[in-house]
Design a binder for this molecule. Structure first.
Ligand SMILES: Nc1ncnc2c1ncn2[C@@H]1O[C@H](COP(=O)(O)OP(=O)(O)OP(=O)(O)O)[C@@H](O)[C@H]1O
Ligand SMILES: [Mg+2]
Length: 237
């Protein structure tokens, strides 16, 4: 197992002996093979590896969007192996924020409303949610675009709204699948700096799947996966 020995805020998520197969024998495809991984709070972890090596599958298992075929998944200190579907979903809603390659914003809502709905769902009053959303848009540098629809924002700006949404959720785990893939290098840097700040300022565990080696210097940990197995884990900074 790859265990980080540097001081940290604790373990936000842990996979033990996680394997995953798609399909059924004899046409089953083993995509993850006995993966052990600890994700630290307050750190930015990059997950790198060739196309088809299992990165997205691993991220969706960590983010409780998919149950593995075998193995233990712990999020927020809780072993979820024997949990019901509804517990699994409840922990996901509470603990996990996702950022996808194409930001997955709600197209009919403005930037501010996209962030506000997350605060609404937590039971905040409309006034508190609206001003909270505005504050988060300020943090990602988009206060002046609050009333724009996603279609009226650039790709980099849409990703920054997606990050503001992740900030609005209370979760300890922020997972991003190739968040900079469709961005120019300047926007990619802004997005990565914001993700870095989620780890540094907010103490969240941030896991980013990427092919972009330019991001390595911004990471605390770089985990490399090949053919469904973790082959190395090294410090990036
Ligand atoms: N729903 C599915 N059903 C069957 N096979 C799948 C499914 N999703 C992914 N796979 C296969 O599992 C393997 C790993 O896929 P995964 O999406 O995890 O790779 P990845 O490392 O994220 O690749 P990329 O860098 O191209 O996004 C691939 O061979 C893929 O074809
Ligand atoms: Mg992928």
């Amino acid at each position: 197992m790859f265990i980080d020995t540097t001081p940290s805020l604790g373990i936000a998520a842990r996979l033990c002996g996680v394997s995953h197969e798609y399909g059924r024998a004899p046409n089953n495809l083993v995509v993850l093979d006995e993966v052990d991984l600890e994700i630290q709070a307050g750190k930015l972890t990059l997950l790198m590896g060739p196309s088809g090596s299992g990165k997205t599958t691993l991220l969706t298992i960590l983010g409780l969007l998919r149950r593995p075929t075998r193995g233990r998944v712990e999020v927020g200190g809780r072993d979820l192996s024997n949990c019901s579907e509804s517990d699994w979903t409840a922990v996901r809603r509470r603990e996990v924020g996702f950022i996808f390659q194409n930001s997955n914003l709600l197209t009919a809502l403005t930037a501010q409303e996209n962030v506000q709905v997350v605060l609404d769902l937590q039971g905040q009053t409309q006034h508190a949610a609206a001003s909270g959303a505005m504050g988060l848009l300020e943090r990602v540098g988009l206060a002046d675009r609050a009333d724009h629809l996603p279609s009226e924002l650039s790709g980099g700006q849409q990703q920054r709204v997606a990050i503001a949404r992740a900030l609005a959720s209370p979760g300890s785990l922020v997972l991003a699948d190739e968040p900079t893939a469709s961005l120019d290098s300047r926007s990619a840097k802004t997005v990565m700096e914001l993700l870095r700040s989620l780890a540094d300022q907010d103490g969240r565990a941030v896991v980013v799947v990427t092919h972009d080696v330019r991001l390595k210097p911004m990471a605390d940990d770089v985990v490399r996966i090949e053919d469904g197995r973790i082959v190395s884990r090294e410090g990036g900074l």
